[in-house]
Structures are given as C-alpha cells and as structure tokens.
Design a protein around this ligand. Structure first.
Ligand SMILES: O=P(O)(O)OC[C@H]1O[C@H](O[C@H]2O[C@H](CO)[C@@H](O)[C@H](O)[C@H]2O)[C@H](O)[C@@H](O)[C@@H]1O
Length: 263
C-alpha cells in the first residue's frame, strides 16, 4: 500500500467517530457478467465485519443496486446502513441483522414515465443482441457487458440520447451500463444525508470506482478521506488499483480502529 494512503488511513483511524461509506460493484465486489453473481471479496467481508465491531464506526453501503438485492449479495454486518438505487432507497440493518426499509413509492406520474422508459430501453436492447434490461424500483438499466465495444458504446449512447433525454428522467452512465431513473438522486446527496444523520460531527471515508461515485467523493471535506478504486479520472485524494487493494486498506483501518480501542 502506498505510504501516503497508509498515513492518511492511520490519521483517519484516530477520529472519535467515523462513517465508512462504500460502493459495492467494482469496489467491494469485482465485476462479473451476470449482476446476480457479484459477491464481495472474502477479505472485504472480513474487513467490514471488523469495522462494524469497532466503537465509533458507522458502516454504510451506498449503491446503485436496489436495497433488497444489495443486502442479499453483500451480506453486510448487522448495524450497517444501506443506500440503494443511487439514493432513492434507504434502509438499515438492526443489531440482529433485520432489514428496516424506509417506505419508497413512485407517484403515478413517475410510474408512467418509468413504464415508457422501460419500453424504450427494451427496444434498444432488442436491437443489440447480447444487451439486456435490468428493472429497478425507480429506473431501467441497459446492460451491454455482453457486447463488443463499438456496438456496446453505440447502444449506451442510443439509450442516453433517446429515453435518457426525455423530460422527468435522469440518465447516468456506469460501467457498461446506461441507467435511466425517474427520481433525481445521487450518491453525493446520500452521503451528505448520512453525515447529517450522525449529527455532522463525524469524519467520512468514501470509496468507489464509478462515475456515479464521483458525486459522493465530491462532497467530502477536511478530515474526510476519499478513495478511488481503479484508474479512472477522479476528484478523490487517494487511489487503489483494485478491489483487493481496497480490501487491504479497509482491513488495516479495521485493525487500527479495533486495536486502538483495546489499548
Ligand atoms: O453503485 P454500485 O454498487 O457500484 O452498483 C452499480 C451497478 O452495479 C451493477 O452493474 C455493474 O456490476 C455488474 C456485476 O458485476 C456488471 O455486470 C455491470 O456491467 C456493472 O455496470 C448493477 O447491475 C447496477 O444495477 C448497479 O447500478
């Protein structure tokens, strides 16, 4: 691990209260062809369990995934806060691991727009064999991981320029996906809300790999710590090469955090 990252993590570990907020796909879990097969690296899961057991640490997963799916795939420790659908859904696991989901419903108008968007994205997928549509509570997602790059780029652009440019929708590019949502949410707004929920007096570590994570990395300030996973452009101050390197960083943080509490 780079010396600057080690030093920053060590300093971060000394804050009395910390929020450790993490993206899931491409961050805790390596990318796979079928989203249902994504799982956190075992080292990442062990690090989360250690962090969750430390005093003064609130753990949160902040994902584009629907909350129910995030819980099932990530299997986070009891006490973890969950943000799903890029901020549209909020939930928390209580001390015994029971999920409490905040009510979330679309208006009739949003439901109508989602149906239109879903149909349009379905037509684009049908025109590009190998592409497919993921259905979320507030969005339709065109997946192109099964396509060769030129066609994948074309299909993703068609989704952005077509249904993604309609009124009352918010389109975002992700890793080999274009997502079109009918609610205006972001991971940045979610991280700010999580901080406020803790009373504001808390240092925040956020790690993520994707364009959608940049909004969360951008709301960090003095005393916080942003970590980009991978080589893409970022506003984050720190970077790790891949999911395994992030798991190592989280493990160190957990060890420092728990050993300082033992002293
Ligand atoms: O915010 P995240 O937790 O990073 O979730 C982002 C999206 O992740 C999933 O798609 C991505 O991972 C898939 C499995 O590795 C991969 O096949 C796909 O190409 C990636 O874009 C998920 O399917 C989306 O709903 C999430 O928004």
């Amino acid at each position: 691990m780079e010396e600057a990252l080690t030093r920053a993590l060590h300093a971060f570990a000394t804050h009395p209260r910390v929020l450790v907020a993490l993206d899931f796909d491409g961050c805790l879990a390596p990318f796979v062809q079928d989203p249902a097969d994504a799982r956190p690296l075992p080292e990442a899961s062990a690090a989360l369990a250690r962090l969750a057991s430390a005093d003064g640490v609130q753990l949160a997963l902040v994902s584009g995934r629907p909350v129910a799916e995030l819980q099932q795939l990530a299997a986070p420790p009891p006490g973890t806060w969950l943000v799903g659908s890029h901020g549209a859904e909020q939930a928390e696991l209580d001390g015994s691991g029971q999920l409490h989901l905040m009510p979330f419903t679309l208006t009739d108008d949003q439901a109508r727009v989602l149906a239109e968007v879903t149909a349009a994205v379905g037509s684009i997928a049908a025109a590009h064999p190998g592409a497919w549509v993921e259905h979320k509570p507030a969005a339709a997602v065109l997946h192109t991981r099964g396509l060769a790059p030129p066609e994948a780029d074309q299909a993703l652009a068609e989704a952005l320029d077509g249904p993604g440019s309609a009124d009352q929708v918010w389109a975002m590019r992700g890793n080999q996906v274009t997502e079109i949502a009918v609610v205006d949410v972001s991971k940045g707004g979610s991280v700010t809300a999580l901080r406020e929920r803790l009373g504001g007096d808390v240092a925040v570590l956020y790690a993520g790999d994707d364009v959608t994570d940049e909004t969360a990395l951008a709301v960090l300030g003095a005393g916080d710590m942003g970590i980009k996973v991978g080589a893409a452009e970022t506003v984050a101050e720190h970077r790790v090469t891949d999911e395994a390197a992030l798991a190592e960083a989280l493990t160190r943080l957990g060890v420092w955090r728990t050993s300082s509490n033992d002293e």
